[in-house]
Design a protein around this ligand. Sequence first.
Ligand SMILES: Nc1ncnc2c1ncn2[C@@H]1O[C@H](COP(=O)(O)OP(=O)(O)OP(=O)(O)O)[C@@H](O)[C@H]1O
Ligand SMILES: O=C(O)c1ccc[n+]([C@@H]2O[C@H](COP(=O)([O-])O)[C@@H](O)[C@H]2O)c1
Length: 200
Amino acid sequence: MRIGIFGGTFDPVHIAHLLLAEQCREQCDLDEIWFVPAGSPPHKESTGISTGKQRREMLDFAIAGHANFVVKDLELHREGPSYTIETLRQLKTTHPDDEFFLIIGADSVRDLHTWREPESILELATLIGVNRPNISLPDLSELTQKFGEIVQSKILWTTMPGFEISSTDIRNRIRQNKSVRYMTPRAVEVYIYNNRLYLD
Ligand SMILES: Nc1ncnc2c1ncn2[C@@H]1O[C@H](COP(=O)(O)OP(=O)(O)OP(=O)(O)O)[C@@H](O)[C@H]1O
Ligand SMILES: O=C(O)c1ccc[n+]([C@@H]2O[C@H](COP(=O)([O-])O)[C@@H](O)[C@H]2O)c1
């Protein structure tokens, strides 16, 4: 199977995540999208983020009813920072016959050279980069300079309607008692209120 791996903190998951995943599925002809919540996101301050269980439960609500969307919580069971290369190695071992595509927003493509073992990531998976408002897409010569020739056959681009929406914005809105209606699925919104998330 052709599997799209979509990692994120997902605190909370929002409609841009879902739209992005669906567009990648369709445009890159993927059989399934695996949403992988980060246990401890390597480049983020992990104190203050919702628990892995809460972020996983919000993802479960968000993707309910989509036959090709799956949540894989392997990073929540691993100690230490959730390095993507370790996740890919683990998945290659457990699913040797599947082909992996790593889905990342344009901001993450831009920062990829700062990730752990980016060249090894490109050997194990094809990248699918997706546009994000206000983030310029790195051009191929810039990427080739950073990662070598391999990148030219290992990156695909998918486009989606730009949504200037982020989990940070949703958390701030909740804190300020502002509406987040339609920014995230209704079931996630209700979960946030019921569990009193993001109120400090
Ligand atoms: N609005 C968006 N458009 C395109 N890609 C996005 C968007 N929001 C998030 N992504 C991508 O989704 C992945 C997971 O993102 P993440 O869970 O960090 O969401 P976020 O909204 O960026 O969160 P935060 O505001 O907490 O940093 C990343 O690859 C990120 O680039
Ligand atoms: O492996 C790395 O070095 C690495 C560095 C930064 C981010 N990531 C992964 O990128 C995904 C998005 O991260 P974030 O911080 O934008 O939620 C998430 O799955 C992280 O584990 C991975």
